[in-house]
Design a protein around this ligand. Structure first.
Ligand code: PA5
Length: 447
């Protein structure tokens, strides 16, 4: 039987009392009501709340499209940035074999592009694309974001030269706004197959739309289980007005009380490298949703035990502005034990016969206590195993917590006015028509 992720607040008790947490969670029911009744800030971006049901009629089409691309190509280049990329990458990295690129037995591989403006990155990718049979999925809600737009132009040109425009057009799928933006226009002109990111869902809440689901399905993962996991979390939280049992509400309350105690940075800690991109997704969700009006908790992430040998020192002993949210997986998918050696030259026989996960769990338990002793509160979230279902639960858990947490902070968790500043400067410095005056001023400042 499927379980629910668990939230353990024991290791924050020396910093904020659990009574305070449940009290704030209960008070925050009004924010949950605002989300459900669409009466709070950003209320035209709440489509994600009922997505686990609303997306169901589209799953067949998404699966069929993934099957089609897998049947005509060995690779798909998935182009997108921010919310149009991080959710699918989080799931794909979490569920793929660690050494995917070295395995010969895979049906289909996804290569990512459009997340940077690095010439070397795109040149390396083109070298690979010269030699392989590939398709393109381009994802941009606005349809005009510079990084994916440039990557798409370059890779589309490559595919058209390789196969001819007519064949290339059959291998391009665009996921974008229903009517606006350059990508929608291009799709209409060239007859690309398309999916829509609904108007009422912002990028960082879009993982359960085709933007996240098509790349995940392309890699052969079960999008129905993912959506099912999200649905299970929706069922126990979206309309649950009991603060004591509502997990996203408790998490939102705990992190805000810890913030009020002076800890301004939350570090997501994971002990499984496969969760690295999940933490990237989480960073974007909370960073873009809360970091505004001079407010917000700064979201950071580390991979333990790797980073215990770098940032571990700071976390234990540096500025006391940190708290951690540990995300752990109770049961690994595979089993490896430490072998016994007769001479015990490396003195590890005390672990002989033990599983790696035994050592890892003890490392995690010991680190939580050490960090607690170093004045670092630790929230602990765990899932039974790393599967589509539990990742779906995590997505909905954090999305709902983020909406409530934004309202506790009194910010609009569904806009991102701050990301425009760099874009304007970049356009001006690149001489984009309409930005000439701003360009002159910036170039003076750079002299
Ligand atoms: O969450 C967001 O809204 C952003 O991170 C966007 O997803 C990101 O900027 C990409 O935008 P677009 O999908 O319009 O290309």
């Amino acid at each position: 039987m499927n379980e629910t992720l668990s939230l353990n607040l024991r290791n924050i008790a020396d910093f904020v009392s659990l009574e305070e947490v449940t009290a704030l969670a209960q008070q925050s029911v009004r924010h949950l009501d605002s989300l459900n009744n669409k009466t709070g800030a950003g209320n035209d971006f709440l489509g994600w709340m009922t997505l686990p049901d609303d997306i169901l009629p589209q799953l067949d089409n998404i699966e069929k499209c993934a099957e089609y691309l897998r049947s005509i190509s060995d690779f798909t280049v998935v182009i997108g940035i921010g919310g149009s990329y991080l959710g699918s990458r989080a799931v794909i990295e979490a569920l793929s074999h660690t050494f995917t690129s070295l395995r010969q037995d895979l049906h289909h591989e996804v290569l990512f592009a459009g997340q940077n403006l690095s010439e070397d990155y795109i040149a390396d990718l083109l070298e690979i694309l010269d030699k392989v049979n590939y398709s393109i999925v381009v994802i941009s809600k606005s349809g005009v974001t510079t990084e994916p737009a440039i990557a798409f132009r370059i890779i589309r040109n490559h595919l058209e030269h390789k196969l001819g425009k007519a064949e290339a057009n059959k291998r391009i799928v665009a996921i974008t706004d229903s009517s606006k933006g350059a990508l929608r226009l291009l799709s209409q002109k060239n007859g690309y197959r398309t999916f829509v990111i609904p108007d009422n869902i912002g990028g960082r809440y879009s993982v359960l739309t085709p933007a996240g689901l098509l790349p995940i399905a392309l890699c052969g993962f079960d999008i129905r289980l993912l959506v099912g996991g999200a649905k299970s979390m929706e069922e126990i939280s979206r309309t649950n007005r009991n603060g004591e049992s509502n997990l996203p509400l408790l998490y939102a309350a705990a992190r805000n009380l810890i913030l009020q105690s002076g800890k301004t940075t939350e570090i997501m800690v994971s002990y499984n490298p496969k969760l690295h991109y999940f933490a990237e997704w989480w960073k974007q969700l909370f960073g873009e949703s809360e970091g505004k009006d001079g407010k917000g908790i700064f979201p950071a992430a580390v991979d333990f035990t790797t980073d215990l040998h770098s940032l571990g020192q700071y976390i234990q002993d540096g500025q006391r502005i940190l708290f951690e949210t540990v995300l752990s997986v109770r049961e690994p998918a595979k089993k490896v034990t430490v072998p016994e050696e007769e001479d015990d030259a490396d003195q590890l026989n005390y672990l002989a016969g033990k599983r790696m996960s035994y050592v890892d769990h003890n490392a995690a338990a010991g680190t939580i206590l050490a960090h607690n002793d170093g004045n670092v509160p630790v929230i602990h979230i765990s899932i039974p195993e790393l599967t589509e279902y539990y990742i779906g639960q995590l997505f909905y858990f954090f999305e709902l917590a983020c909406g409530v947490s934004g309202y506790i902070l009194d910010v609009n968790p569904f806009d991102q006015p701050g990301v425009e500043a760099y874009k304007k400067n970049m356009f001006a410095l690149n001489n984009k028509p309409g930005y000439e005056e701003a360009g002159k001023i910036l170039k003076e400042r750079l002299k």
